[in-house]
Design a protein around this ligand. Structure first.
Ligand SMILES: Nc1ncnc2c1ncn2[C@@H]1O[C@H](COP(=O)(O)OP(=O)(O)O)[C@@H](O)[C@H]1O
Ligand SMILES: [Mg+2]
Length: 140
């Protein structure tokens, strides 16, 4: 099975109408999209997705933000795609993210930082399973 990762355009990115720009960047880079949909994240799904941050002081704010409006959930596929998409998004804090990255170009706030990306192959599998049915992911 080819390597896959999970990228999500967060509510701020959708509200600010950055979906098109981000998709253009992904397509122009030549990346393979395996799945994509828009959805409203429930509190339950948000808590599952961000379970590793339960104890953090920003957790409540994060759950409130991620459920504040629709998101666009995307599965990308290819060799080394997890690391590639992490680099593509840029550092978590947009003030530290390099120009040319999504966060570097489109964000200033550490919570409202436009995109989520999986940080490992194992987490990518877990996140894709949380957001997509098997039949929603295109093979070949
Ligand atoms: N110090 C912080 N203050 C407020 N929000 C934060 C902070 N750190 C992280 N976040 C939010 O929580 C999300 C998840 O954090 P983390 O997994 O560490 O970053 P990443 O999204 O780069 O993997 C971040 O993308 C951001 O929206
Ligand atoms: Mg993370």
């Amino acid at each position: 099975m080819p390597e896959q990762t999970f990228l999500m355009i967060k509510p701020d990115g959708v509200k600010r109408r950055l979906v098109g720009d981000i998709l253009i960047k992904l397509e122009k880079k030549g990346l393979k999209l395996a799945a994509m949909k828009m959805l409203q994240i429930t509190k339950e799904l948000a808590e599952i997705h961000y379970q590793e941050h339960r104890e953090k002081e920003f957790y409540e704010e994060l759950i409130k933000f991620i459920t504040s409006g629709p998101v666009v959930a995307i599965v990308l596929e290819g060799k080394g795609i997890v690391e590639l998409i992490r680099n593509f998004a840029g550092k978590t804090n947009p003030k530290e993210a390099e120009c040319g990255t999504i966060r570097g170009d489109y964000a200033v706030d550490i919570t409202q930082n436009v995109v989520h990306t999986s940080d490992s192959i194992a987490n990518a599998k877990r996140e894709i399973n949380n957001f997509f049915e098997k039949a929603e992911i295109i093979r070949k």
